[in-house]
Every structure is written in C-alpha cells, then in structure tokens.
Design a protein around this ligand. Structure first.
Ligand code: ADP
Ligand code: ZN
Length: 521
C-alpha cells in the first residue's frame, strides 16, 4: 500500500495544486489501497486527478476508458505538456501507428493510455492489452455502462469481459458525474466494485443558479439575456439541428458571435467551431446534445436550454457545464409544454426495446415535473439522485416572491374529474373534459356524460393543462405509464378531495388582474 503523502507530493509537483478537492483524497486512498472503487463527483469536481495521480505512482500502466474520442488527443497533449507520459489509441489511428504505440507502452514509455470503449470489442486489441503491465483501469463516464442511465453505450458492456481477460487483473476506478442510486448500483455490480468503496461528494453545485422560464418568446428572451450579460460566454442547447441552425443565424444576424455544433456538420467545421468556442473566439455556442461531454472550458457563465431535454440527468449534466471554475453561473430552462413533443418523437423513432422506451417516457415525465414544480429546483434534482437537501435559496423557485394562492377548489375539480374518468385518461383528455371541449374523441367515448364535464369551462384548456402539470409536479396526481400515460390521484391528492389538505399555487402575475373583491367569487 502506498501512502497518501506521495499522492500529495504528486499533486503539488506534477499538477501544481496545494490541496485536494473534496472527494479526491478519499478516492485516491481507495485506489492506492488496491480497492475497486466508484467516484461520483459533479462536473468540474476534478475526477481526472483521481486516476492521474495514482497513475504516476504505480509501476505499470493506467488505462483510461473514455468515450470522448474527439477530445482524446487534446487531453493527451495537455498531459504531455505537464510532463506526464500519456498516449491514446482510437479509431483515428492507422494500424502501424497503433503497433508503434503498443511497442512504446511495452517499453515503459507511457504511464497513461487512453482508449475508446469500442476498442474493447476487438479481441485483437484486448489481446494486445493483455501483454501490457496494466495496474489500473479508469472508466470515465461510467454511467454509460448502465441501461438505467440516460446515455447507455453498448460498447461499455464489453468492459467486464475485457477486464477478466487481462492477466494482471487491474483494479478498477469508475467515475461519473451523473448516477442515480440505481445506476450507481449497476456500475458497482458490473465492474465488481464493493459499494463501500463508493465516494460520492454529492451533486450539489453551489455556484449554479437554476432557473425555469415558462412560455416566453425564445429569441426575445435570449437576446435580452445576452444584452444584460454582455460579453459573457455560454452554451445554448436546442433539441434539433434545425433549431440550432436557426438560433445561430438569428444570433449572428444580431451581431452576436455565435457558432453551431451538431452531429450533422462536417467534421472539420465542427472541430473548428468547438475550438473557436474553447479559445474564446466566439461568445456563444449553439448546440445539440452532441456538444459538451468532456469539454473542459472553465469560464462558461450560462447554459440556456432553448428546448426541454429528454431527461433530468441529461439536463443537469449539460447545465453543469456552466461554472466549472466555481464562479457564480446560471442554468436556464426555457420551457414550453409543446416542446415535449419533440422528445416524444425522438423516443418513438428510436430503436430501443420496449422496456427502455417505457423508461424513456418515464424520464421525460420527470423532466416535465422539474419544469412545473414550484419547490426548490436544486432540491428536486438532488432528490432525484437520492440526496436530501435544504432549499437552495438561489433557484428561480426559491427566489419567486409571488404570493401563493389557494387553488384548492380548482384542484378538487381536477382531481374529482380524474376519479370520475377512472384513471383511464391522460392530461390532454382530462383537460378537455374539464374545459368542456367538443371533439370526436370526447363524443366517441361519451365523455360529455361524465359528471365533471365542463366544470371548468370558464378556463382555457391550456390553463387547465397547466394546473394539471402543477398538480402532478406537486405530487397530488401521478402520471403513470409510458407512451400514453394516464393520470391517477395520489394519496396526497385524496387528502385534497376529502378537504383535509389545501393546495397553494403561485400564479402568473396577469392572473392577479381581479380586483380584491372579485377574489371572493
Ligand atoms: P471533471 O472530470 O470532474 O469534470 P476535471 O478533472 O476536468 O473535472 O477537473 C476540472 C478542473 O479542476 C480542471 O481544470 C482541473 O485542473 C482542476 N482541478 C482538479 N483538481 C484540482 C485541485 N485539487 N486543485 C485545483 N484545481 C483542480
Ligand atoms: Zn432553490
């Protein structure tokens, strides 16, 4: 067993840092003790050092499995610049080049070898690895191994078999910034990590202010934001390439230095745009979710999602790219219920199996709840990752000083309608029934005869839908099922129906038009 003093020394002499960041010491201790371990730290928390420092202390080689092929060269160059002998092998290299690197690894020229997970699918490559003195296998973005996660990559499944084939039986360090308890358990099982060797520094990012903005004009909002935050660097995420292109044009048309990034752009253009952003030649990167994994740009001040993403994990990971330097930063979600359709479309179109599809719908519902909750946004996210916390005091909900209004009567109307409909319908139909809509679906199912039909006909269907979203996010209703979820009243909702619980909701300002005496109505 090596001692921590040696690690501390490498931290200082090789990397130039005086102190470990939270979690780093504990993880390195596990690694130096020879345990397989799992490190869960937020983006920017300093996961790389957790394997780079042990790599410098071990006699043999540390193999880093990372899905970020496009960044491997940069990462390795940066290490070489700091005097750390590292190299990479991925699909961008020709076979002779690969052999040359393997020979150099044999000769002890390198401490670190970065590989893409796809490499491990190749028996020839695993064979070549088996000839090397490998001490440690670091698995970056380890959540990709789990089908419960939001970014499952089948090639990660080859990892455990590959490890078994290595005669040196290297120890494993899995690292991720995004893992629900279920995903963490899955990682531990697959990579044979004792759950006691999990180091979790928590997911909270105290320098990140979360905001949800509803139903605003996207272009107007973004332009106003950029005007107020002049010169600050940020990322704007959109769901489709088309919207990325449109937003980029819109911004450059307003003389804002913006570049686009999505998988449909030619390689060289994409790379160029990425570099322009990394080296501050453009202010704003407009991108699909293809952009960002592993991007170590520290001074990103804001991440705006112009459209709602498909999962809360993806959202938090993308949002977390703001403020890696620890300075105050903003993550803003521009929400429109209609944008959920895009994500539903993606799920419908994808080739995942039925179980996975259901899970994706479920995740989208949770994302929708995040957008509609009136409780602390950070608390909502942390709870999703299995962590209890106090309200953050910074997010748009914590800052929302509108007075909550008693909406118990309306809530009771919605809840009793759901009961009357025997929990067989989803939000759309329930809102239509309450608002007294006339259409074929209503007629065919004889829903005009339901006792609660039209009891909210003085309100717009959209408004009723928003109330349903609110009641769902607040836990009075549950949205159950996959593609066509149905609404059910929860036990909390039953309390409202029985008159035991009141429901309070902060309402949009314009809803306060009523004169005080009208409130009694
Ligand atoms: P992650 O992979 O967890 O997102 P990185 O490993 O890329 O984060 O580290 C983020 C940044 O923090 C890097 O610029 C890194 O050099 C810096 N960093 C890491 N550890 C320390 C430390 N102990 N002290 C100061 N800076 C650190
Ligand atoms: Zn909050």
């Amino acid at each position: 067993m090596m001692d921590l003093a040696a690690a501390q020394k490498v931290l200082k002499t090789v990397f130039g840092y005086d102190e470990f960041r939270p979690g780093q010491r504990a993880v390195i201790e596990h690694v130096l003790a020879g345990d397989n371990s799992l490190a869960i730290m937020p983006t920017g928390g300093g996961k790389s050092l957790c394997y780079q420092i042990p790599a410098m202390l071990f006699d043999g080689i540390t193999v880093v499995v990372s899905p970020l092929i496009s960044l491997m060269k940069d990462q390795v160059d940066a290490l070489n610049d700091s005097g750390i002998p590292a190299t990479f092998i991925n699909s961008s290299l020709e076979w002779p080049d690969i052999q040359e690197r393997l020979a150099a690894l044999h000769g002890g020229d390198y401490k670190l070898l970065y590989v893409a997970p796809e490499r491990l699918d190749s028996a020839a490559f695993v064979n070549a690895l088996a000839q090397l003195p490998i001490d440690l296998l670091a698995v970056d973005e380890a959540h990709c191994i789990s089908q419960w996660g939001h970014d499952f990559r089948p090639s990660y499944l080859a990892l455990s078999t590959a490890i078994e084939q290595l005669p040196t039986q290297p120890q494993v360090l899995a690292l991720t910034a995004t893992a629900t308890e279920q995903v963490a358990t899955d990682i531990c099982q697959q990579l044979k990590i004792n759950p006691n060797n999990e180091v979790n520094t928590g997911f909270a990012r105290d320098n990140l202010d979360l905001t949800v903005v509803k139903d605003q004009d996207t272009d107007r909002y973004i332009l106003d934001y950029l005007k107020v935050n002049q010169g600050e660097t940020g990322i704007i995420y959109a769901s489709t390439r088309k919207e990325v292109t449109r937003l980029t044009k819109m911004l450059t048309g307003q003389h804002i230095q913006a570049a686009a990034y999505h998988a449909g752009l030619p390689d060289d253009e994409r790379r160029q745009n990425q570099e322009d952003f990394l080296y501050d030649r453009v202010q704003v990167m407009v991108a699909t979710n293809a952009f960002g994994m592993g991007i170590d740009k520290s001074n990103v001040r804001f991440v705006i999602h112009a459209q709602v993403p498909g999962t809360l994990e993806a959202y938090y990971q993308e949002a977390g790219r703001a403020g890696r330097d620890g300075l105050p930063s903003e993550a803003i979600l521009l929400y429109r219920a209609s944008d959920l359709q895009i994500q539903r479309f993606f799920i419908d179109q994808s080739e995942m199996d039925e179980q996975h599809r259901l899970r994706s719908y479920r995740k989208l519902q949770i994302m929708n709840q995040y957008a509609n909750t009136q409780n602390c946004l950070q608390q909502f996210i942390l709870r999703y990752f299995g962590e209890e916390s106090e309200p953050c005091g910074r997010c748009s909900n914590c800052r929302d000083d509108r007075e909550a209004q008693d909406v118990t009567t309306d809530a009771q109307k919605v809840l009793s309608c759901v009961v009357r409909l025997r929990s067989r319908y989803g939000k759309g139909i329930v809102a239509q029934v309450l608002a007294g809509a006339h259409n074929q679906r209503i007629r065919e199912n004889h829903l005009e005869d339901v006792p609660t039909y039209g009891i909210m006909r003085n309100q717009r269907q959209k408004t009723v839908g928003e109330l349903i979203d609110f009641l769902t996010a607040a836990g009075y209703l549950a949205s159950v099922g996959g593609q066509y979820p149905t609404l059910q009243v929860t036990s909390k909702g039953v309390g409202v129906l029985k008159g035991e619980t009141q429901v309070f909701r902060k309402m949009a300002r314009q809803a306060k038009r009523l004169a005080p005496e009208d409130d009694a109505l």
